[in-house]
Design a protein around this ligand. Structure first.
Ligand SMILES: [Fe+2]
Ligand SMILES: [Fe+2]
Length: 340
């Protein structure tokens, strides 16, 4: 199994910090694998850890631009979703609407792991079941840092930034706002979010077809051009417009606004280029940008984006893809790494 590579430690961190981060990152990766569910809500099993890695890279980039404390950023971003897997399915009321808590967040069922480790032991001992993952995650992070000998003031700053990653109010710390922006961008805006949209959209189709006793995967084999046409010409532009309208105003830092807008502009342009490829579909689905999209659509068993990008690059290592395809892979890698 190819593992997602951990981003190199941020420059300027001490060797002790780098070693502690390395161990915490491994612990976080191990923790998500204690649950066996393939899909929960809008996340598949391999999504959460890769998301955390990308948020770490992007937080580092934007934290530098904003003058945030790089140590708090590194530890908080590495640990920010450490307890996310406890979030089960979103609770739906009798009226069919998602139930909200007092802060306006969707309420989740609590989902317990199949196996245990240091993180789940801490979670149980601290009685965190039922709390939102930003609150429980902040407390578990502080406890892990205490076990590693970090002082109280530093633990408190990491705890606060993790708590703020879901809701950065006007009194939020700079590190919390950077983390909030990076987390929001990764899940909603740009190429990693586009990849997630493919997974969620097609998973929705799988379930609809299953309910009728049919297979969407079989249908897609016969109807790929038709599906791509509707997806790229209608659904993706509407989705991008929604993100522009709903998420750009939510950014809490100048760096967040800049990166979010740049990623929206880049994805809009790319989508236009993919729509143009629909005209020469036969070549495009073999070696164009649409070959990449097709690959993502056809390989959806608990995928890892980093692994799939590496495979696609390998596939065309000896030449072969159209120039736009190589460029798409390059910008995807760059957004995954957290470049702005
Ligand atoms: Fe989160
Ligand atoms: Fe997150």
């Amino acid at each position: 199994m190819v593992q997602a590579s951990s981003p190199a430690a941020a420059p300027g961190l001490s060797e002790a910090d780098a070693a502690a981060l390395h161990a915490l990152d491994a612990l976080v990766q191990e923790t998500h694998l204690l649950w066996d569910e393939e899909w929960v809500g809008f996340s598949w099993r391999n999504y959460t850890y890769e998301h955390m890695q990308r948020v770490r890279g992007l937080s580092r980039t934007m934290g530098r631009q904003e003058g945030a404390d790089p140590r708090v950023i590194e530890f908080a971003s590495t640990l920010h979703d450490v307890t996310k897997s406890y979030d089960g399915e979103i609770i739906v009321g009798l009226d069919g609407k998602r139930v909200l808590d007092e802060n306006g967040f969707w309420k989740n069922e609590s989902l317990l792991p199949r196996r245990t480790n240091r993180v789940t032991d801490l979670y149980a001992r601290m009685g965190l079941e039922g709390s939102l993952h930003n609150v429980s995650g902040g407390q578990v992070a502080a406890a892990l840092l205490e076990e590693s000998g970090y002082p109280g003031e530093f633990r408190q700053r990491v705890d606060q930034a993790i708590r703020e990653h879901l809701m950065a109010g006007s009194d939020a710390s700079l590190e919390g706002r950077v983390l909030y922006d990076a987390d929001t961008i990764d899940a909603n805006i740009g190429l990693p979010a586009f990849y997630r949209n493919i997974q969620i959209s097609l998973r929705g189709q799988d379930r609809q077809y299953e309910r009728r006793g049919e297979s969407f995967v079989d249908w897609l084999q016969e109807h790929l051009p038709e599906y791509l046409d509707g997806y790229l010409k209608e659904r993706i532009p509407t989705w991008i417009e929604g993100k522009q309208r709903d998420f750009i105003p939510k950014m809490t830092t100048a760096a967040g606004r800049r990166v979010a807008q740049a990623r929206i502009d880049r994805l809009s342009q790319l989508n236009g280029e993919m729509i143009a490829e629909l005209e020469g579909l036969e070549t495009a689905v073999e070696s164009g940008r649409l070959a990449v999209v097709r690959y993502f659509m056809e390989n959806r068993r608990n995928p890892r984006l980093t692994e799939q990008l590496a495979l696609l690059e390998q596939r065309w290592a000896g030449g072969g893809p159209l120039p736009g395809t190589a460029e798409l892979l390059r910008v995807m890698q760059s957004e995954v790494a957290g470049d702005d």
